[in-house]
Design a protein around this ligand. Sequence first.
Ligand code: CP
Length: 307
Amino acid sequence: MTIRHFLNLADAGPEGVTAILTDAQARKAARAGFTKGRVDADAPLTGHVLAMVFEKNSTRTRVSFDMAIRQLGGTSIVLDAGTMQLGRGETIADTARILSGYTDAIMIRTDDHAKVEEMAYYASVPVINGLTDLSHPCQIMADLLTVIEAGKTLSGMKVAWLGDGNNVLHSIVEAGGLLGFDVVAACPNGYHPEPGTLELGKGRATCTTDPRAAVEGADIVVTDTWISMGQAHAEEKLAAMMPFQVNADLMALAKPDAKFLHCLPAHREEEVTSDVIDGPQSLIWPEAENRLHAQKSVLRWCFGQIG
Ligand code: CP
């Protein structure tokens, strides 16, 4: 049987993505009010072990995947690159084969997408992309679930992206191409998406340097941190990005019932003002929680239980 890796949304395709979202909604509803550590009644991944390899820091991805596999009846092992032989010269190929002998799935976060592809090539268990320099498919599954919960219809909606052309944008564009929604990215010159990325939108993704045009009539407004947590603030980048800040004036151009998303972590008063990110249109808290619910269904999809 073909191994189901989840390196990008295209691995699941529109049918798989839809199945994951449907399953996530049902499972989330079924455990409403339960304590977080309670295992789901059907415990569908009993006995399964998820290895999580982190070459980059994380709060949401790490905790949500750990809780996801536990709620499904399994368990996880967290491996930080700094304490693995991988971080001291052992190859990805050898690491993939070793972890495949001990565990049932591997989630990896790295700043080099080629490493995730290499892990999947050599692993004999499913590999999940927990964020790379090119994409963040698990984040977008949570975002889509959040948008559906907010009453939006994915097909035909307009998503406005404000910021640089990063990995999160790439996955939003990919989702738009698979599910049939429009993405307008407003990025300053010099910070546009990687060449070829907009093609993932299958004709529905465009890029502009005009933030107001991007947000006009949008159903969803999205941004991301301009400076990764822990990195020194780059004054030149901040100056270029500041006209793309999501603030109340910009949000007023979107549809009256538009919603705001941010994958977090955030720098308030940089990419977004406090009144927007902490205001009534913001969905950041359910968006963050939905990492858990969406990833439970991603795991089930990887094991062939849905889709
Ligand atoms: N959004 C996201 O991936 O958060 P973490 O970096 O905390 O995992």
